[in-house]
Design a protein around this ligand. Structure first.
Ligand code: CFM
Ligand code: HCA
Length: 535
């Protein structure tokens, strides 16, 4: 069922007038016939009192970007609740290659108390670093600030510098207090800047250690996604220098400058590093999407196109054919269950878009989608091969303070080849939510709990892809909810095997008898009331 403007107005009419005006700018009913492309407001403050699904800057910095680096110890300087919130719930998996250097399952915090707020927490932080060094001996440490730390003014940088002198290892301080910015997004940016400034490019390598050396950016190995992507890339013949940051290593990250190409899966959380790597070391980047079978195939072909090597293209096609032969008939079985169903797809800053292709190829139409904290370019679209910035005057690029490293800068793509590729690799593909959604579907930025319920009542989706904060509200309305953050303890969902696993999981949801025992509100509450006009 498509949404009408009138229905949308009725939902928003319940808000006080100022809120109504604000929320109106964050919701669109897709209409491709408008004279100018539709504009959605994004990355602005959530109105206090509204139940949002968003997180904070600390979550974006420590929980998302820095936390998955497994051979570092990450200390949360703040209340234990903040540390606990980013302890394992995101399911960024890591392999224990070296049992002495994988700290991913630990939770380190200063556990700030009221007395620390009054007298300051720097001594406690120093003590935690001492403990970490005597017990765990990591190669590097990160410290993440939470709201109270910023409010009392603890100097994380000073503590980190002293610890660096004392122990001779890198101690990175991230001033990612939760209240900075309007969501996780500010934390991504803080993390990107810190890693770029202090870690990336500090390794000893001068050259890529093998042919077709790539970095995988914005892949966090949720439920093992990164492993599935790596499996396929390695089979084709790529050498992965580092993954940022799923199952990632500090030691590998230092050598990210030698890769010939950066693949960007989640643009939202890591675009800053991608751009800075291009400017500082001359490495171009390619927007990729490994969610969905067709997206994975297109992505693999685009990467092969980038390197322009016949043998690599042949191997790519052979791997695609082999993988398809293995999964296609199984997927067809699942498609029979999914065909004709509808979904809401609301996730953080990239999956709300990335998963739509996978839903579509299973026969499920996304009737409402959105992001918690994405920016306008995530909605409106961008290029697969972005405009070249190799010689850019960095001072003109807001928020990027990085400059060319004359020692290590190596142009890895000639401007002529770049122009050639721009023609070969279609622009805009998989790069923006608004572009791909059908007319009449709804796009909502920072969807909240009130709106979720109201949209469900009108559009009656068969499944809702979202997160933990709204999962059970949705299920109590009689609709299966698939967490697309943590994958409900399942996964991987990326790549070929991931598509199959995803299909299997949602078919299990559709086929569960549970929903027959729940009466959704629209079955026993009238939706519209009115009187029949006289004849
Ligand atoms: Fe990128 Fe992510 Fe996402 Fe994200 Fe996140 Fe996540 Fe997400 Mo949760 S980095 S923007 S800040 S793809 S943690 S792995 S699932 S909201 S859509
Ligand atoms: C975060 C992490 C989160 C939360 C998921 C959810 C994740 O934003 O701090 O709300 O269900 O993926 O773990 O996005």
């Amino acid at each position: 069922m498509a949404m009408t403007e009138k229905q949308l107005e009725e939902i928003l009419a319940q808000y006080p007038s100022k809120t109504q005006k604000n929320r109106k700018k964050h919701v669109l009913v897709k209409d491709s016939t408008t004279e100018n492309p539709q504009v959605i407001e994004a990355n602005t403050r959530t109105i206090p009192g509204i139940i949002t699904n968003r997180g904070c800057a600390y979550a974006g910095c420590k929980g998302v970007v820095v936390g998955p680096i497994k051979d570092m110890v990450h200390i949360t300087h703040g209340p234990v609740g903040c540390a606990y919130y980013t302890w394992g719930t995101r399911r960024n998996k890591a392999k224990t290659e070296d049992p002495d250097k994988n700290f991913i399952n630990y939770c380190f915090t200063t556990d700030m108390q009221e007395s620390d707020i009054v007298f300051g927490g720097e001594k406690k932080l120093t003590k935690v670093i001492d403990d970490v060094m005597s017990i765990f001996k990591p190669n590097a440490i990160s410290i993440a600030a939470t709201c109270p730390v910023g409010l009392i003014g603890d100097d994380l940088g000073a503590v980190a510098r002293k610890a660096e002198e004392k122990y001779g290892i890198q101690v990175l301080a991230f001033n990612c207090e939760g209240y900075k910015g309007v969501s996780q997004s500010a934390g991504h940016h803080i993390a990107n800047n810190g890693l770029m400034q202090h870690v990336i490019g500090k390794g000893a390598l001068e050259e890529a250690p093998a042919k077709y050396a790539i970095n995988l950016l914005g892949e966090y190995n949720i439920g093992g996604d990164g492993w599935e992507v790596e499996r396929v890339l390695k089979e084709i013949g790529y050498h992965i220098v580092t993954v940022m940051t799923g199952d990632g290593k500090y030691e590998d990250l230092k050598n990210a400058h030698v890769a010939e190409l950066n693949l960007v899966q989640c643009h939202r959380s890591i675009n800053y590093i991608a751009e800075m790597l291009e400017i500082k070391y001359g490495t171009p980047w390619l927007k990729v999407n490994f969610v969905g079978v067709q997206a994975t195939i297109d992505t693999l072909r685009n990467i092969a196109e980038y390197f322009g090597d016949e043998a690599l293209t042949e191997k790519t096609e052979a791997v695609i054919a082999k993988e398809l032969a293995r999964i296609e008939s199984k997927l067809d079985q699942y498609k029979k269950i999914c065909e004709g169903k509808t979904a809401f797809c609301f996730v953080g800053g990239s999956r709300g878009h990335h998963y739509q292709g996978l839903f579509r190829e299973l026969g499920i139409e996304t009737v409402l989608a959105g992001y918690e904290f994405a920016h306008r370019d995530d909605y409106e679209g961008r290029q697969v091969i972005p405009d070249i910035k190799l010689d850019a005057d960095t001072k003109n690029i807001p928020d990027l303070t990085v400059e060319k490293d004359p020692e290590r800068f190596k142009l890895k793509l000639s401007p002529e080849r770049y122009e050639e590729l721009k023609k070969k690799i279609p622009l805009g593909q998989y790069c923006g939510m608004n572009v791909e959604m059908k007319d009449g579907t709804v796009i909502v930025d920072d969807l909240n709990h009130y709106e979720t319920e109201e949209f469900i009542k009108i559009l009656k989706p068969d499944i809702l892809a979202s997160g933990i904060k709204d999962k059970y509200v949705i299920q109590k309305m009689g609709i299966p909810s698939k967490q697309l953050h943590s994958y409900d303890y399942s996964g991987p969902y990326a790549g070929f095997n991931g598509a199959l696993k995803f299909a299997e999981d949602i078919c299990m949801s559709f086929s569960s008898p549970t929903w027959n025992f729940i009466t959704p509100p629209w079955k026993d509450e009238p939706l519209l009331t009115g009187t029949v006009a006289d004849a």
